[in-house]
Design a protein around this ligand. Structure first.
Ligand code: SF4
Length: 330
């Protein structure tokens, strides 16, 4: 019993166009399920999950043909009504939201609506061929919240035309919409997409995993300050992405950990710079955060030693510590 979400993938269904970065057939399951498939996926998921949320991911749910939407929702809602699942969750586009749609979702027990906002810069949205504007994101977000749904917004740092300034501005504007959660997916160049063609023609320079981690760490601070949970950073690793479908960009099987490590490194440097001069210091972190503080392959330790070559820096875990990082001279 480990998961509280049962994901049902509906690859590319309902999408009016191909966003340049997207190849849902590679990211998610290739087959489009029917209602009976949905039941089987849920039955299987229920073997591992207690009162899960059943989540339709991978396409633009509210843009699917209404009859098929209702077949999916109805199949999943059976499990909410029988007390086996908590609620439903769908993922869609900002321009796929209107009053009628929200009424339909509510009548089938949907609790959470995720919107792919991706950017709040209209030029970036245009270059990504999203087919909606930043104003659509604002309008849809307000409607979803006013209708009483939980709102989760997804953003994609590193799209063509988006520098760090544009991505930080997106984060601030997304935070102003007060979502209940945010997913941050730094751009990964996936085979068989228009973005991959641009990359291969030399028209697009993607972020690397390291530069994406730097950018996402700064973006994350915006949401921490606004008290908005970041529920995911980076694509879920899959065998296909790891074995060649992710051609370039910010794909890393442990992107979340990379970002957590960069955040802790930045915090450590900020504190240490304010403590100068020092010879020996002890950095402590709460239980479970030691590997984040050290960084992958001890990257943070190596960087700290090269930044403060004359100091002895020790890193330890303090099981009672609540603060995410504490540094003392010793
Ligand atoms: S709307 Fe979403 S699922 Fe559809 S093509 Fe764009 S990114 Fe992919």
């Amino acid at each position: 019993m480990k998961s509280s979400v049962i994901p049902v993938f509906i690859p590319h269904l309902g999408c009016p166009n191909d966003c340049i970065f997207c190849n849902q057939r590679r990211i998610a399951a290739p087959k489009v399920p029917d209602a009976q498939d949905v039941r089987e996926i849920i039955e299987d998921g229920l073997r591992y999950a207690v009162m899960p949320q059943i989540s339709f991911y991978g396409g633009s749910f509210t843009c699917i043909d209404t009859k098929l939407q209702e077949e999916y929702l109805s199949a999943a809602f059976e499990y909410v009504r029988s007390g086996k699942a908590d609620s439903l969750r769908i993922s869609t586009r900002p321009d796929g939201i209107d009053e009628q749609t929200l009424a339909r979702l509510r009548s089938f027990g949907v609790k959470t609506v995720e919107l792919g906002a991706q950017s709040m810069d209209d030029n970036v949205l245009l270059l990504a061929r999203r087919g909606h504007t930043a104003e659509d994101v604002k309008r849809a977000s307000r409607m979803i919240k006013q209708a009483g749904f939980e709102l989760v917004l997804q953003i994609m740092p590193g799209l063509p035309g988006a520098d760090i300034g544009a991505d930080m501005q997106t984060a601030r504007e997304i935070a102003e919409l007060e979502p209940d959660g945010v997913r941050i997916y730094p751009v990964c160049v996936i085979k068989d997409t228009a973005l991959c063609d641009m990359y291969e023609r030399g028209e697009y320079t993607p972020l690397t995993p390291d530069s994406a981690a730097e950018r996402c760490a700064d973006i994350w601070e915006v949401f921490i300050e606004a008290n908005i949970p970041v529920i995911r950073i980076g694509l879920n690793p899959t065998e296909e992405l790891s074995s060649g479908a992710a051609v370039a960009g910010a794909y890393h099987p442990a992107m979340g950990q990379l970002v957590r490590s960069v955040r802790l490194y930045k915090k450590a440097v900020q504190i240490l710079d304010g403590m100068k001069p020092f010879d020996n210091v002890l950095i402590t972190v709460p239980r479970g955060r030691l590997s984040d503080m050290r960084g992958q392959k001890n990257a943070n330790i190596i960087k700290l030693h090269s930044l403060y070559p004359d100091a002895k820096i020790e890193i330890k875990e303090d099981t009672d510590q609540k603060q995410e990082i504490f540094i003392a001279k010793i």
